[in-house]
Write a protein that binds this ligand. Structure first.
Ligand code: ADP
Ligand code: MG
Length: 703
């Protein structure tokens, strides 16, 4: 028996982690154990031996370090906007340092007249730069002792910073961690000849250096090693899965294309399927005849017509004596699916039901009963479908819409809803470039709808600066006068929830002024509203009772209002590409020319400029997905949460594709010689895979 690894020690046992910090580490960063902290990687490094002149400060710098003397220290503002401002001066100029929190304390501790080494992120304010909440070190002796060379930088958020879990705080924890974790706690897992071939440092050395780097070359090698390792472990799992394919799950055979399917196809389908839709249906048909469980990912841009394909799969199941379910990430989306589907169902005499969190009591019980007895043929729902109480008589197909919103574990639960696992179709509108999907998922079957239904006019996308607001309002009025409806979307990013809420409300007020009632009717939907109220507002807009929908990104997924023809995105620079594309997909669903207008201020970072440029240039979701992967780093906090299934922590799918290829070829070579990893040289690897097997199983059940 081996003793439990120190890496499994709960994080609260680490020196410097009290109950509050532990709580936050768990909630915000999913760090529960020493091991989780160890694999919480920095997302960049700064060279803190470099000291800039104040006049060299530039808004594109992620961080800057300057040395100067505090000339002036004063408080400004009242109440919540109270702040401390210090003027820091060197021989090239001066810059303001600003604090919004801890003002009393800082007023006492920061001293005018002293020389400080100041480190922080420059921020533009009214045409000049300031540095909010900088790190400050008094410099009395020579600078060499204060400037500390290479330093890791971790992703952070306001909540984390408030509790001292900024980079400085995390580095303290890393130091404490490496006081406890020894080389013997992190045995090597890569075969020795792989280490030799690429001149990789051992596992322990790589991990120490990635957090507490001493020197550039070793840091580079350490990062390369960890990237390789990350890809290598995934490739190994994928290839082993493939290798064991003969034991792949048994699945139902949908023998016949029956009466329902044929009636629907010939009598009720009001349009011709696109050839891409037909191709996907053929692929599904082949899978469901194979006696193996289907596990298919259906990628298709917003509006490409995935829903109808999934509906036809459902009636195929019913024709063969099975039930079907479709799960959506939000109530609104589930509701919309239900409306579309039940319209078709009524014509066919098929029994469909909706199950969401807000259906309660007796109604809920009736649904449970209907599912168990098989009275209900199709159930449309949210997460509520995952509950243990949801038991089917004979579930043949489970469809999951907008895959990226569901966690892996949740999907696995659907898989278990039948004694023989149901066929699974996962639908997503945020495409993974096909070649990469094949490489990385390996075993997963991928279908693509790569054409839009005919007659759609491509959405025109424009990027306007804030000063064009009058022009914007004029344009919106014109559209509304023509009977169209308009979305105006504001960012909502958790990091600064309060400020976003204020922006939204300010925006709403000025929209109300520019579009006065009774001529104009405005809906508003945001995260702080009760879900019934949200639904109500969405409904009013969908029914055309209001003409303008002001919202945060709650409308991001799936809503279908064909009469809406303009999507205005405020502070568009704050959205990621995938999100912008999803939002834009809310318009262009009807016969009219549609527009997407990206509003920003003048001052934009290089990356934002690129993102907006891509949006203006193309409507192609696949191009956007590629560009998105390229622009986004793996460690960026928001990026990680959005990237879904893969959960890469350090490697970048596109930028590190070289390591992906190397890792795949090494993994396949190893398995060729030693398919079950039984040779001595692969012992470390096998032990590691076995230790992480629980993740592995869940992951593999999906793909
Ligand atoms: P997705 O879920 O892929 O974003 P939907 O399935 O919601 O797209 O389809 C968008 C709209 O296009 C729906 O109103 C649907 O009825 C319509 N549609 C789907 N397929 C076709 C087709 N082949 N021809 C015309 N309209 C179609
Ligand atoms: Mg959809």
């Amino acid at each position: 028996m081996s003793s439990p690894s120190i890496l499994e020690t709960p994080i609260e046992y680490l020196k410097g982690v009290g109950p509050q910090k532990a709580d936050l580490l768990k909630k915000e960063l999913k760090i529960f154990t020493f091991g989780d902290l160890l694999f919480h990687y920095p997302f960049r490094y700064v060279d803190r031996s470099k000291v800039y002149k104040i006049k060299e400060i530039d808004g594109d710098m992620p961080f800057v370090q300057v040395l100067g003397t505090i000339k002036n220290l004063r408080q400004a503002g009242h109440g919540r906007s109270k702040r401390l401002i210090a003027t820091l001066t060197d021989d090239s100029g001066s810059v303001e340092l600003v604090w919004f929190k801890g003002v009393q304390f800082l007023t006492r501790s920061v001293k005018a007249g002293l020389q400080y080494l100041v480190f922080g992120k420059p921020n533009e304010y009214r045409g000049s730069y300031n540095i909010p909440h900088p790190e400050m070190t008094v410099v009395t002796g020579s600078l060499n002792e204060s400037a500390t060379g290479l330093q890791a930088v971790y992703p952070s958020s306001e909540k984390l910073k408030k509790r001292g879990l900024d980079t400085k705080g995390l580095l303290k924890l890393m130091n404490a961690l490496f006081d406890k974790v020894r080389k013997s706690d992190l045995p090597e897992i890569l075969p020795i000849d792989v280490l030799d071939r690429y001149q990789f440092p051992d596992r322990f050395t790589a991990l120490v250096n990635v957090h507490l780097p001493k020197e550039n070359l070793l840091l580079k090698k350490s990062i390369a090693r960890l990237k390789f390792e990350e890809f290598f472990l995934i490739q190994l799992e994928v290839l082993m899965l493939k290798q064991n394919k003969y034991s792949k799950s048994q699945g139902f055979v949908f023998k016949e294309v029956g009466a329902l399917f044929n009636t629907f196809y010939h009598d009720h389908l009001s349009f011709e399927l696109t050839s891409a839709q037909k191709k996907v249906l053929k692929e599904i048909r082949r899978d469901t005849l194979s006696a193996k469980q289907m596990n298919r990912l259906l990628q298709g841009d917003v509006g490409s017509g995935k829903t109808i394909v999934s509906f036809m799969l459902m009636i195929l199941a019913i024709d063969n004596g099975f039930q079907a379910c479709i799960m959506a990430p939000t109530e609104i989306l589930a509701q919309q699916h239900y409306e579309t589907i039940s319209e078709y169902c009524q014509k066919l005499g098929v029994k469909a039901q909706l199950l969401t969190g807000s259906i309660k009591g007796a109604d809920r019980k009736t649904i449970f009963k209907g599912l168990k007895t098989g009275y209900i043929n199709i159930i449309v729902g949210t997460h509520a479908l995952l509950e243990d109480k949801v038991v089917f008589e004979n579930l043949g197909v489970a469809i999951i819409d907008e895959q990226h919103r569901f966690g892996v574990a949740q999907r696995a639960r659907l898989w278990k809803k039948n004694h023989i696992p149901p066929h699974i179709l996962v639908m997503t509108a945020t495409p993974i470039p096909r070649t990469l999907a094949m490489t990385v998922y390996g075993d997963l079957d991928v279908s693509v709808i790569d054409e839009l239904p005919p007659g759609r006019k491509p959405i025109e996308t424009k990027h306007w600066f804030d000063k064009n607001r009058l022009k914007l309002n004029g344009f919106l009025k014109e559209q509304i006068a023509n009977g169209r409806q308009v979305y105006i979307v504001y960012p909502l990013i958790e990091e600064s929830e309060k400020m976003d809420y204020k922006d939204l409300m300010d925006g709403y007020n000025s929209i109300q002024r520019a579009f006065p009632s009774p001529d104009y009717r405005i809906s508003i939907v945001h995260g702080r509203m009760k879900s019934e109220d949200k639904e109500m507002e969405m409904k009013r807009f969908a029914e055309g009772q209001t003409q303008i929908m002001v919202a945060t990104t709650v409308i991001e997924v799936g809503v279908n209002v064909p009469n809406a023809s303009v999507m205005v995105i405020e502070s568009a620079e704050r959205f990621g590409l995938a999100q912008l594309h999803q939002l834009r997909g809310r318009v262009g669903r009807g016969a009219d020319q549609s527009y997407c207008i990206l509003m920003t201020s003048y001052k934009l970072s290089e990356d934002s400029r690129k993102r907006l440029g891509i949006m203006v240039e193309t409507n192609d979701g696949f191009k956007i997905a590629e560009a998105d992967l390229e622009l986004r780093g793996p460690g960026d906090l928001k990026g990680t949460q959005q990237s879904g299934v893969l959960n890469l922590r350090i490697a970048h799918l596109i930028k590190d594709s070289r390591w992906l290829k190397e890792a795949r070829s090494v993994a396949s070579m190893i398995l060729k010689k030693d398919p079950y990893l039984q040779k001595t040289e692969n012992m470390g690897l096998r032990k590691h895979l076995e230790a992480s097997r629980s993740d592995y199983i869940e992951w593999s059940e999906i793909s």
